[in-house]
Write a protein that binds this ligand. Sequence first.
Ligand SMILES: Cc1cc2nc3c(=O)[nH]c(=O)nc-3n(C[C@H](O)[C@H](O)[C@H](O)COP(=O)(O)OP(=O)(O)OC[C@H]3O[C@@H](n4cnc5c(N)ncnc54)[C@H](O)[C@@H]3O)c2cc1C
Length: 541
Amino acid sequence: MVSADRIYDGIILGAGHNGLILQAYAGRANLEVLAIERRAEAGGGLTTIEHPQGSGFLHNTHAFFHRALTQMPWYRDLDLERRGVRYLEPERNVTLILRDSRTLSWWTDLERTMDSFAAFSRKDADALRRWHDEFRPIVERVLIPETGSPPLTAKRRRELLGRFEKGRRLLEVSRLSPLEFVLREFEHPVIQAGLLFFNGLREVDLRVRGFGHHIAALLASPSKAQMAVGGSRALARVLEVAATELGGVIRTHTTPKRILVEKNCAVGVETTDGEIFRARHFVASSLNSQQTFLELMDEEQVPKVWRERAKAFGYNLLAPLFALHLNLKEAPQYRALEHVSVGEKPFIVILGLEHVDQFPEIVRHHEAGTIPPTVMWGACPTLLDPSQAPSGEHTAFMWEKLPYRVRGDPTRWDQIRDGYGREMLDLWTHYAPNLKHAVIEGFTRSPLDIERDLPNMRGGDLLVGAFTNGQIGHDRPFPGAGSYRGHLPALYLCGSCCHPGGNVTGLPGYNAAQVILADLGLEPDWAPPPVEEHLRSLAGQ
Ligand SMILES: Cc1cc2nc3c(=O)[nH]c(=O)nc-3n(C[C@H](O)[C@H](O)[C@H](O)COP(=O)(O)OP(=O)(O)OC[C@H]3O[C@@H](n4cnc5c(N)ncnc54)[C@H](O)[C@@H]3O)c2cc1C
């Protein structure tokens, strides 16, 4: 138990993976940092639960597909493999199964993905190769360094990118929306749909200009979706071990009531239980803008313009997920994959997506708060990692993007949730008929359940804030707050409402650590060169 009046070097609000990463790097700099977490466990979206308790069936109720995780700089710096986490990157990474049992697959091997594309369109397979080859250096030399560094202002970034050919090409492709990019560069409606799935359903609004490069970047990215052996919580546990071995303290079941401000400086936190924790050097919030600037700070402590901008910080319309989790006697056996060997079974399976024209319809339903025709995707983790279920048995899940507000009211989910789960199971069984007799039991989670569990994911937005032009890079969460620094000395942000945004990348925490330690004069030896310097070197100056 921590005594109520302890003083720490720093305090972090929220012990999700971003908070833990910041805590571990601060520990490496010999700072003793406290992380305050409202839930029973640290890890945030890295959650694995046993359902029912004691059954041995493990379910990852939030983040499961961790893209390029093992390539992340903090994964290496914090020595996480040595601390016990292990990742798998299945070769047949994603398969879209059509109603007529044709499949479109993305492999870790580009040639095999091209073969799969070519079965639909030779021209699209060639386009894939072209974009892969052209964007690979852009991803490696520009986009990866940009996401792992505190961002430049949009103006400065444009100036620097405009000075070299690859930078100019990136700016040119970015000007399109993902939808425009896909319709212009690929011809087959199934391939167009599959490509937009990655962006349109999983990340940015596919209609928004400024994100045309996202799909090209995904095609060129050297790493695909990965999963942690033992479930996503395995990553949370090693981050927790790293943070605490480096001197950090994690306080669970603790909710901040307000950030303490003295002499115009953030100096600590008062909890809802009335405890006071003081910070010598910083208070960093991994929560969202509204929580940090409106709920945890008195009105007079935040300038009006910051309050207005924090209030206006917007969330993704298409981000909320509905989930159906199953305990199974056997793994789903897809009719379309009957003749595929176990080693070549797909990791991510997409069902219900047939044509690019489904996207506008899905968006319309989200805007109206109604349920769209089902497009769902998921996995059977136990095919790859039997430790997540009792011997010989399996777990599987499907996710669908569904509106947070059903006809205007999120609480309707509590009435319709289980019925909707049964409808999903019916559709799933159409593709994998053995589910009819394989299901032991299941449970569902609605977009409202996401917000209840992790209130920083407002409106069920698992990316903790929309990716629109006003909320990216140096303007994320909003202009003035995009450098991880708050409006007061010693106040910082370190969560997914900051650049580069949500998902399990750990980069908001990693970038915040660079800023905080540099502000304290503790130049971190692990930090990459400033992105400005890096882009100037690409421009040959
Ligand atoms: C259903 C679902 C599926 C997802 N799937 C994927 C996926 O496959 N791949 C992927 O990369 N990402 C996925 N995500 C998104 C990913 O989980 C998040 O983007 C990521 O967890 C954000 O990390 P974070 O550290 O910024 O915030 P979080 O992980 O949310 O951590 C924030 C922490 O702050 C705590 N907190 C919140 N409010 C308070 C408060 N008032 N006081 C104290 N503590 C507080 C929370 O309990 C939490 O522990 C998914 C999310 C959901 C919900």
